[in-house]
Design a protein around this ligand. Structure first.
Ligand code: ZN
Length: 161
């Protein structure tokens, strides 16, 4: 996690907990750090697994769920609805996030898009301070394309008989 991003998001959480007389539990900070260390989007299960396995910091599903709800409220994370799956990603993410989504199987992959990053960064937004941005590219993945081609061939063979 970049130092300035870490400072910003920790400050947001600190302020909220102080203002609302809520405890600064180590769980909340461990979850925040892990969220910002995740690459791109993640599900609640994936986040829990990462906490338990890599950070050796297992938290209950209830704690995870409540903390994620708090982070959503504080706009520290963004909720995505890919197909039927709910996923999350860090909100303060310089460089933006680009995803390609297969509309047939629902597979989501990260896209590197340096030219797009440059284009968005140089955009002038009127009366608006940008936090982050996300771009979804919808289409068909290569394995679904292969399946479609095979089915088409089968169909053609049937028709020619
Ligand atoms: Zn697919």
């Amino acid at each position: 996690m970049k130092e300035n991003v870490k400072e910003t998001v920790t400050q947001i959480l600190d302020n909220y907990l102080a203002q609302n007389n809520r405890r600064k539990t180590p769980e909340r900070y461990a979850i925040l750090e892990t969220v910002y260390a995740m690459n791109g989007y993640f599900t609640l299960d994936e986040l829990g697994k990462r906490l338990a396995e890599e950070r050796r910091f297992p938290v209950s599903r209830a704690t995870l769920y409540n903390t994620i709800k708090l982070f959503l409220k504080l706009r520290l994370i963004i909720e995505h609805h890919f197909q039927k799956q709910v996923t999350y990603s860090a909100a303060y993410n310089k460089g933006g996030q680009f995803f390609q989504i297969c509309t047939l199987c629902g597979k989501v992959t990260d896209v590197k898009a340096t030219a797009l990053v440059k284009a968005v960064e140089s955009m002038r937004l009127r009366r608006f301070k940008k936090d982050s941005y996300t771009l979804y590219i919808y289409g068909v993945c290569s394995s679904c394309q292969a399946k479609l081609t095979m089915e088409k061939k089968k169909q053609e063979n049937k028709e020619s008989k």
